[in-house]
Design a protein around this ligand. Structure first.
Ligand code: ZN
Length: 255
């Protein structure tokens, strides 16, 4: 790769799903590889492999931020507002964490910069807990944004939100699959979709690859992809761990 050329794998909401994470890593390698992973939080919670997922990610050149489930697992945030299944999974996750894994989660910032992107789990005004799903949240994040683009997770829904002009918020549009989105002057907020527990009625993990110098074109681009994995294997691990049935079932529905 030429000097200054960056290819980053962008992942969000891995949720301790090791099979989904491995499938994404392998798929991204097949598509030309990457030299960094940018992780948008909720690496743990819900799924059966919190420590293996953290260990695997940390083998890479990693920029990561914290999500609400990461904070819940280490007691940095209350689980009072979690539903029964999420709270149950958070308690189970807390018991699995090694001191090293806890320390790593505790060290994660709530906002990180990887030029020309800002990385955050929720929104810039409430990085850990707020969903970026409406005009108001988009406007406030664009106001606070000091880089040209922002990457978010948390909702488990892929989208592009394009700035329409100062103070006018953003327009939510589909983030198409397998079709690179050219990054230009227009500022935008991007959700790559979810690795470990998709909620857009497609159970396949969703992720993105940012390329600062795609071959054949002059401009930066980000492309979203999906890849299948062995859902049954993850579900079986969850059963053995005694995790809530509703969390096991939803993996195959993608909802
Ligand atoms: Zn999440």
């Amino acid at each position: 790769m030429q000097r200054g050329h960056v290819r980053a794998l962008v992942v969000a909401d891995i949720h301790a799903n090791l099979e989904a994470l491995r499938a994404v890593l392998e798929d991204a390698e097949r598509r030309g590889g990457f030299d960094a992973i940018w992780c948008l939080g909720d690496t743990v919670g819900y799924g059966p492999d919190p420590v293996p997922c953290l260990d695997l990610l940390r083998q890479y050149n990693l920029v990561a931020v914290a999500g609400n489930h990461d904070h819940a697992a280490i007691g940095k945030r209350t689980i009072e507002d979690f539903n029964y299944a999420a709270a149950e999974a958070a308690r189970w996750t807390a018991q699995q964490l090694t001191p090293e894994a806890s320390a790593f989660l505790d060290s994660l910032p709530s906002v990180a910069t990887a030029e020309p992107f800002t990385l955050v789990h929720g929104t810039l005004r409430d990085p850990i807990s707020e969903y970026l799903l409406n005009q108001d949240a988009a406007r406030s994040t664009l106001e606070l944004l000091r880089t040209r683009y922002c990457l978010v997770g948390h909702s488990h829904l892929p989208f592009l939100c394009l700035e329409q002009g100062p103070a006018s918020g953003g327009q939510f549009v589909e983030f198409p699959e397998d079709r690179p989105f050219e990054l230009g002057e227009q500022r935008c907020i991007i959700n790559p979709g979810c690795v470990g527990q998709p909620r857009d009625r497609d159970p396949r993990p969703s992720y993105a690859i940012y390329d600062s110098h795609p071959s054949g074109t002059g401009s930066m681009a980000i492309a979203r992809h999906r890849v299948a994995y062995n859902i049954g294997e993850t579900q079986e691990k969850m059963r053995l761990a005694g995790l809530p049935q509703v969390l096991i079932d939803r993996l195959e529905h993608g909802w």
